[in-house]
Write a protein that binds this ligand. Structure first.
Ligand SMILES: *Cc1c(COP(=O)(O)O)cnc(C)c1O
Ligand code: SF4
Length: 383
């Protein structure tokens, strides 16, 4: 018999493009879809932001007092996801300054992850036995208000120059125990394709390097950056993993879907590292919806990070119990693929420490008393 192929809507059709705010309604399609245009038109001043959303007095004050330490920068695309009338819009909380940023708590830390302590050369953090973080730029298309690297990001004076790049590559080359390189920043996709290809080609030429990851938020904040040319370039250096940072289902647009599709079609494996943020994604329903959307975009939820003790982000921090409750409400209730690891980065440089609900109720010798996701008890006996 002949098998008739069913053609119905594609999954892509379930993802929507945002409405363009009035000031960019006239922009040509080719400009809007061009990442260089999006970069050039970034919102950096209150004057422009006022034309896009209804700014509150609190936001105006917070901008005035914060932008010298940590710039505001929002791509027109990401700004188009903001609800112009809701000061608590999750996209807005991540991109528009809030008064909470000005509070520095006594428990806040300047370098919360001790990244500088584990820096053998500027530009490399080598903390774990077999992998390193490699900083290649300090720019990002959108400056996330919750950024844990605020002390570095957006600061032009700390920009990784070519000398630093060469020293980083030389360090990786000399250390044969390194097999995995996390290319980070800022956002490494702020580099040109040529500079990125240079980095990937140098790493691929090292026999001890097995994999690398590109840690980028461009899929979320500037999906236009993932051009067919970029995807074709990356394809030459496989295996390439892409680690991204979606925090809310509203960020899962058709533009983001297409950017992920270009990378996935080029053979990249994409993982998501969500940060748990008060008022943005601090409940199981939002995280479940986000993770379901991510899987449809071929992105695998990898980590949920507890918000770090960085300075000026305390207004985003939730209790650890919130994270535990989210995991409790995911595990078993939905696909295991949609359940990431919940981790706390040990303040001062302890590395990522997993925390999870306790499913072991007790142990009597070879007998393990366990509970499942519904709270029912089971006993497993070892041989
Ligand atoms: C997060 C991180 C890594 C990568 O950790 P994985 O658990 O392998 O994803 C490597 N080095 C540093 C310093 C990190 O903070
Ligand atoms: S993209 Fe990453 S490094 Fe850049 S501001 Fe956002 S969280 Fe910080």
């Amino acid at each position: 018999m002949a098998f008739e192929i069913v053609t119905k809507n594609t999954v892509r059709d379930r993802f929507k493009s945002p409405e363009r705010p009035a000031i960019w309604k006239e922009a040509e399609e080719k400009d809007w879809n061009n990442w260089v245009w999006q970069q050039q038109k970034r919102i950096k001043s209150m004057e422009i932001l006022e034309k896009v959303i209804n700014v509150t007095q609190e936001e105006r004050d917070a901008f005035a007092q914060s932008h010298e330490q940590f710039n505001m920068g929002i791509t027109p695309y990401y700004a188009s996801l903001i609800d112009p009338n809701d000061p608590n819009c999750p996209i807005r909380l991540q991109s528009v300054p809030k008064k909470g940023e000005l509070n520095i708590l006594p428990t806040d830390l300047h370098d919360p992850l001790g990244e500088e302590k584990d820096m053998p050369v500027p530009g490399i953090t080598h903390r774990y036995p077999d992998r390193v973080l490699f900083y290649t730029t300090h720019n990002c298309p959108v400056y996330c208000r919750h950024c844990t690297r605020k002390r570095k990001v957006s600061d032009p004076s700390s920009s990784a120059a070519n000398k630093q790049l060469e020293e980083g590559l030389a360090y990786i080359e000399a250390h044969k125990e390194i097999r995995d390189v996390v290319i980070s920043g800022g956002d490494p996709l702020s580099n040109s394709d040529d500079r990125l290809e240079y980095i990937l080609s140098r790493l691929r030429a090292m026999d001890h390097i097995q994999v690398f990851r590109i840690g980028t938020r461009n899929l979320v904040t500037l999906p236009q950056r993932i051009t067919p040319a970029f995807a074709a370039m990356v394809k030459k250096y496989h295996p390439v993993f892409v680690h991204t940072h979606f925090n809310h289902p509203k960020e899962c647009t058709q533009e983001a879907f297409d950017a992920c599709a270009r990378l996935a079609d080029a053979g990249c494996v994409i993982n998501n590292q969500m940060v748990l943020l008060k008022g943005v994604n601090d409940n199981a329903k939002t995280v479940m919806e986000l993770n379901h959307k991510l899987l449809m975009m071929r992105v695998r939820p990898y980590y949920i990070f507890q918000c770090d003790q960085s300075e000026g982000i305390s207004h985003f921090r939730t209790p650890v119990d919130t994270g535990l409750e989210i995991i409790e409400k995911l595990r078993g209730w939905t696909s295991g693929m949609a359940v990431p690891h919940y981790v706390i980065d040990g303040p001062g440089g302890g590395g990522k420490i997993p925390v999870l609900p306790n499913y072991v109720k007790g142990r009597e010798g070879k007998k393990w008393i366990l509970r499942n996701y519904k709270g029912e008890e089971y006993t497993y006996v070892e041989p």
